[in-house]
Design a protein around this ligand. Structure first.
Ligand SMILES: [Zn+2]
Length: 410
């Protein structure tokens, strides 16, 4: 498979949000009735090893993918964040299963998580940003582990290899660019309904045993669907027509699935912990960075929905207000600068001390012709961040002399 250079990785990553061809979806197995309760967790049989020629081939491709991922600049190597996410995984699946996982936290602002058959697991920052609590993170990671433990990607690989349908193979070609970021194998990891249900049940069994809320996975899915629809409506598209991007591409959602996930949570008499406070502490300063990444995605409707959803959890904090200000300022349509300025002012009034809020307010005011106040805001920003990357331009906009003329003369 053709490999692109790292320089083009960024562009390829943007494709990760693009729709996959319909033909790439493997045939769905007939859906069974939901079971009355969550299945027991089987004894762990030890780290998986490839068992036949197909699986050895799959593992070799996985090793290639892992090498690519490991060298990617999108890997977040912050030890604290890695330890936190890994801790949630290990709490969910148990210490024995956890040992077989090599976890990579990727800074990619798209909701996605995946696990290769060789034990490489990825979670993207777009997923971390959207978790309302640790229980949801545990549910998503547990779900991926359940696919892995049941060797679901091998089934997809064999099915694809055996397929005589040229359309199925052709479906992998447009994914080539995307493959750079996800690894070459991502195209195979499109699970059918029966596999999804097995992973749902297996994942929820982990979550329940760990003492987390079992409503978590249904909650994640419902919000993802609502956000995706909001983004589509804002772009003038029909809601519900898509849902083949990111996590949806490999884990197709269905109404039936939501019903049984909800029913199982009720039957399990959900009294578990959502773990919201722990999650926020675990993400630390990364939460703000992931918010910034999200705003730059240029998905106004989806981002508006997401910010409102985060505000439903936390209230409109200064950080969320300032981020929303950025969203309007960067869109820059009629009236957006006034809305942005209002949002930045609200953030400042709430004591939000990030200099970036003053920068945003300054730029929004200057765009509206409010010269004096706009320049004062930029000056305040430059005092806090004299070495900002765009300081030279901002000094000019703020009416300040350039450092060359204002600096020491000796
Ligand atoms: Zn799945």
């Amino acid at each position: 498979m053709k490999r692109l250079g790292l320089a083009r990785l960024s562009a390829a990553l943007l494709l990760a949000g693009a729709a996959l061809p319909v033909a790439a979806q493997l045939p769905a197995a007939p859906a069974a009735a939901p079971p009355a309760q969550l299945p027991p967790i089987p004894a762990w049989g030890g780290t998986l090893e490839p068992q036949d020629r197909d699986e050895r081939g799959l593992w070799m491709m996985s090793a290639d993918d892992e090498q690519l991922i490991r060298g990617s600049r999108f890997v977040i190597d912050d030890p604290a964040l890695n330890a936190y996410v890994r801790g949630v995984l290990c709490k969910a699946v148990g210490a024995d299963r956890c040992q077989s996982v090599r976890l990579y936290v990727m800074r990619v602002p798209v909701f996605n998580a995946s696990m290769h058959p060789n034990g490489m697991m990825q979670i993207w920052s777009g997923a971390l940003l959207r978790m309302r609590g640790e229980a949801e993170l545990a549910a998503v990671l547990g779900h991926e582990f359940a696919h892995y433990e049941r060797r679901h990607s091998l089934a997809g690989f064999k099915q694809a290899r055996a397929a005589t349908d040229a359309a199925l193979w052709a479906a992998f070609i447009p994914i080539a660019g995307l493959a750079v970021s996800l690894g070459a194998l991502q195209g195979f990891f499109i699970y059918n309904q029966a596999q999804e249900k097995e992973a749902d049940l297996g994942g929820l069994s982990f979550v329940q045993r760990a003492g987390y809320s079992t409503a978590a996975f249904a909650d994640v899915w419902e919000r993802l669907i609502a956000e995706e629809d909001a983004g589509r409506v804002a772009r003038g598209q029909k809601p519900r027509a898509g849902r083949r991007s990111g996590f949806f591409a490999t884990h197709p959602p269905s109404a039936e699935r939501m019903t049984y996930l909800r029913a199982l949570a009720r039957q399990a008499a959900d009294t578990g912990d959502p773990g919201a406070a722990s999650l926020r502490a675990g993400l630390g300063a990364w939460f703000g960075r992931f918010l910034e990444d999200q705003v730059k995605l240029n998905d106004f409707g989806g981002t508006e929905w997401l910010l409102a959803d985060l505000a439903r959890r936390d209230g409109w904090t200064g950080q969320l207000l300032s981020t929303r200000g950025d969203l309007y300022r960067l869109r820059g349509q009629d009236g957006d600068m006034a809305i942005a300025a209002g949002l930045y002012r609200e953030a400042l009034a709430k004591g939000h001390a990030d200099p970036e809020t003053r920068r945003g307010l300054g730029l929004a005011l200057l765009r509206q012709g409010q010269q004096a106040e706009g320049q004062a805001m930029l000056k305040a920003y430059l005092e806090a961040k004299p070495d900002a990357g765009d300081a030279a331009m901002l000094r000019m906009m703020a009416g300040l002399p350039s450092p060359a003329t204002a600096g020491p003369t000796q």
